[in-house]
Design a protein around this ligand. Sequence first.
Ligand code: ZN
Ligand code: ZN
Length: 322
Amino acid sequence: MGLRNQHITKETQYQYVNWPVVYFVAFLHSVAVIGIFQMFQCNWKTLLFNLIFLEYVQLGTMAGVHRLWSHRSYKASMPLQIFLAVAQTAARQNPIYTWVRDHRVHHKYVDTDADPHDARRGFFFTHLGWAFMPRLPQVIEKGEKIDLSDMRSNPVVMFQKRYYDIAAPLLAFFFAPFITWYFFAESAMASFTVGMFRHLLSVHFTFFVNSVAHSYGYRPIDTTISSSNSMFVTVCTMGEGFHNYHHVFPQDYRSNEYGLAICFTTYFIELMEKLGLAWDLRTVSKETVLARRRRTGDLKTNDVGNQTNDDCIEKEDEILPY
Ligand code: ZN
Ligand code: ZN
């Protein structure tokens, strides 16, 4: 199995670009650009519905396939899993099973040839380029060795995998446009194009974690890895931008070292715990975080990028909420 794509290397990979996919993605973006203009003419209910749907879909990625399924940072009841699996399907970023495999490989082999979106290969490759090309043999080989037994024994994950090819385009492209056209009397043109803009926004927001949060920002916890803390990505993704921290402590359900109000995903998981739908939320003690930071981190820059000195670091120690 590991022999597949054996003839493909980093140098020759560009000769095998999947052009139909490139044209399709270009077409989707053209429709989304029309949607930006249509947003100024459509009714407020269309905008509000798309905004709520965008946040719901984001939860499927951030609270669902990332923090729950990829990193098992908390446990979720069946109703919550179904709620998140539907949202993740609407994100149309591969089935949960595939996403988890790729993400675990990304964490384990970050900044190597086996990383599906290796940050050493530039911004465009990490953001979108990797999706246009066949995978390197190293990526396939490591992906086949990653333990996915928890995914295979999860009925929600396996059910979604079976129906993903039909369900994902329906939910990503047609569900919201149908609602706004049928219930809010929005024009078919505005419904579809604004819906496409919303869909691509959620895709790019997620991909910013691979591109922006592996290129720009600060590395307070570990300066030796490409992943970085980026406030821009934090705002776009409801709290996934503390990516330097996340790569060091992926098991932390908060995915950041601060309890910032913009980390909506963290509050969502805590709300689910209060409702009895989530439990076993895993964290990392602030002593462990600080010890690691002193060992491998950048002590001169704090998490929002301000220059600090040793006094400030002691104060930061005090404001760490957990
Ligand atoms: Zn990463
Ligand atoms: Zn992760």
